[in-house]
Design a protein around this ligand. Sequence first.
Ligand code: NDP
Length: 264
Amino acid sequence: MQKRAGYTFGNRKEGMNMILRGKNAVITGAGRGIGRATVECFARNGANVWACARKRDSAFEDDMRQLARKYSVSMWPVYFDVTEENQIKHAVQSIRRQKLNIDVLVNMAGIVEESTTFQMTSMDKMKHLFNTNFFAVTLLTQYISRLMVRQNSGSIVNIASIAGLDGEPAQYEYATSKAAVVGATKHLARELAPNHIRVNAVAPGIIETEMGEKIEDNLRERVLGKVIMGRMGKPSEVADVAAFLASDYASYMTGQIIRVDGGM
Ligand code: NDP
């Protein structure tokens, strides 16, 4: 096996209920928000993680090193912009050189833009959103699923949004890009099932992250008004569901879109 820059510490403790023990996972958007929480949740559950961030950063590297030490797993930082096909290609090649199974892919990286009415939404804005939220997911999934098909196993977890299921006024481009992720999840579940690859999605409601904070006050208040639990979700509450879907506890689940929205 070729050595790769990364961090590994100690042996995992036996006897703990780690639902991803020994699995290797690729997670995008790993540096902050729900992605960062998902990396930690996966590590806590025994997974080794290719933690994918856009840019190399020493604070991120320190953070990953500490997670590796804390949970006795391996953390391999990988850097690429999800909208750059060449960068994706090189990143996947470097992952492939490690000659390890890729058990899980979590497509987390995503963006939202300032709200505007449908009539005022420019094509540029739509393309920008779709490039990150849908085409990047498609491309990375294509590259990783080729490897999963060869190993005849895998679990893919996409991060959609309730906006992609229900629609969201003044967020046409975001809602439709996430609806495309929902469609891709259902389609790929069918296409990849013969290769023993499960494909599911999590559809978060309104979550306490920079993205959640970015939503205009009136829109946030309106969405929160529909949440029967009466509060925003925590990144870790989305991460836990992603970990469950990635794990063998969800071995008979595919093509599912699981809402994590406090009841809406
Ligand atoms: P954040 O804005 O906190 O984090 C977004 C992450 O995506 C960052 O790590 C960011 O990296 C990464 N990213 C964005 N664009 C690129 C790119 N071109 N290349 C590489 N990485 C990129 O968002 P959240 O954690 O809140 O969101 C995570 C996912 O959850 C997204 O897909 C989002 O749509 C979805 N979601 C979030 C909700 C919420 O209320 N927060 C609700 C519903 C869905 P960098 O730090 O370099 O910018």
